[in-house]
Ligand binder design. Structure first.
Ligand SMILES: Cc1ncc(COP(=O)(O)O)c(C=O)c1O
Length: 382
């Protein structure tokens, strides 16, 4: 059975062009980028070219990019950098719908005596910017708000948020791991202090990511050791992954315009079909600007786990929410924050596409979905 993949917000398939770019660095170009000889030079060149490619996607200077092991590390590093720079400031603002890689370090900081204020969202996943402005205090060390939500795809206005943070003189971090490569990010125009992107969400390899640090923003290395990354992140570079990440950013930038048009058309086709053909379905975040590839849909009286299993049995991979969570017993904190009613919340699917999603795969999913929902409704035990 040919399988169709609709879980691109969890991870994306490696672009074959990215794979090709990586292969020499898994073979002949194995040197340590810090070495003085030609093997080191070859590896160093690969890393620096990748840094420029990541920077080009974000429209920033390459020396503002700190390469590391993944999105979670980059988010952690941004938070640690901000709080270490201002030990007297003990207040942090984020939102209730951030990814676990932001919420968990913030929870840890609460244990260390920090006050963390998690802003609520409305029923469409939108953020109240007046409320953000009112929440900022003289002792606010950081505002951390994501660019695009990984479950609903809802986009927040980075320009407006960074203007508020600038006005109040507060550092602003944005987790743009889902947004990068899907919407334009222009850091020359939008003065974010820290911004994170990860390779495996844009057809690059896992274990590759970047933290953008604005020139005026402080950095405290999370991983300490030798002087790699200009003393901002120690450890011998994962050269092949970094090269792949750079290539993936390059390709994402080249595909950006096409991405939006083609992927949005496929996503909208699924959405229109569901609303027309399946009763008691609601699209979460539909009224907000959203990522073109993401559809978060709840079916009343269904079980997410049953739907996922049923569709997987028929060759379609979808998810309920973040890949870090599983099963119906663990309801999405994002849908809870949006106040999605319980009878809908438990029957939620996140369907996320990519530029590799084929029209025929969408045809197949649409053919399979109504009966999967019917079966789940028949077998649903409250
Ligand atoms: C919005 C968001 N932030 C952070 C992460 C964590 O990235 P990584 O899995 O590379 O650590 C993810 C990935 O699931 C994500 O979707």
């Amino acid at each position: 059975m040919k399988r169709a993949y609709f879980d691109n917000n969890a991870s994306t398939p490696l672009d074959p062009v990215v794979r090709e770019a990586m292969l020499p660095y898994l073979a002949d170009h194995f040197g340590n980028p810090s070495s003085g000889h030609s093997f080191g030079e070859k590896a160093r060149y690969g890393v620096e070219e990748a840094r420029s490619q990541v920077a080009a996607l974000l429209n920033c200077a390459p020396d503002r990019i700190v390469l590391d092991s993944g999105g979670s590390e980059a988010n952690n590093a941004a938070i640690v950098s901000a709080v270490m720079a201002a030990p007297a400031k003990k207040h942090i603002i984020a939102s209730q719908v951030e990814h676990a890689s932001v919420l968990s370090p913030l929870r840890f900081l609460v244990h260390l005596g920090y006050e963390v204020e998690l802003l609520p969202v409305d029923e469409q996943g939108g953020l109240d910017l007046d409320r953000l402005a009112r929440a900022i205090r003289p002792d606010t060390a950081l505002v951390s708000l994501m660019a695009a939500n990984n479950e609903t795809g809802v986009l927040w206005d980075l320009a407006a948020i960074s203007a508020i943070c600038q006005k109040h003189g507060v550092l602003f971090h944005s987790d743009a791991i889902q947004a990068a490569g899907k919407v334009p990010l222009d850091l020359a125009a939008v003065p974010v202090d820290y911004l994170t992107v990860a390779g495996h969400k844009l057809h690059g390899p896992k274990g590759s990511a970047a933290l953008y640090v604005r020139r005026s923003a402080p950095v405290t290395p999370l991983v300490m050791g030798a002087g790699q990354e200009n003393g901002r992140r120690a450890g011998t570079e994962n050269v092949a992954a970094i090269v792949g990440f750079g290539k993936a950013c390059d390709l994402a930038a080249a595909h950006l315009a096409m991405y939006h048009r083609r992927v949005a058309a496929l996503r909208d086709r699924i959405e229109t079909f569901i609303l027309a053909e399946i009763p008691a379905a609601r699209i979460n975040g539909q009224q907000r600007p959203r990522l073109a590839n993401t559809l978060n849909v709840s079916f009343a009286g269904c079980s997410s786990a049953q739907l996922i299993q049923d569709l997987d049995d028929r060759g379609f991979a979808v998810s309920a929410h973040s890949a870090c969570q599983s099963g119906d017993l663990d309801p999405s904190h994002v849908l809870l924050a949006m106040g999605v009613p319980e009878e809908y919340r438990h029957g939620t699917l996140r369907i996320s596409l990519s530029r590799f999603t084929a029209e025929t795969e969408v045809d197949g999913l649409l053919a399979a979905l109504p009966s999967a929902v019917r079966r789940s409704r028949q077998g649903f035990v409250d």
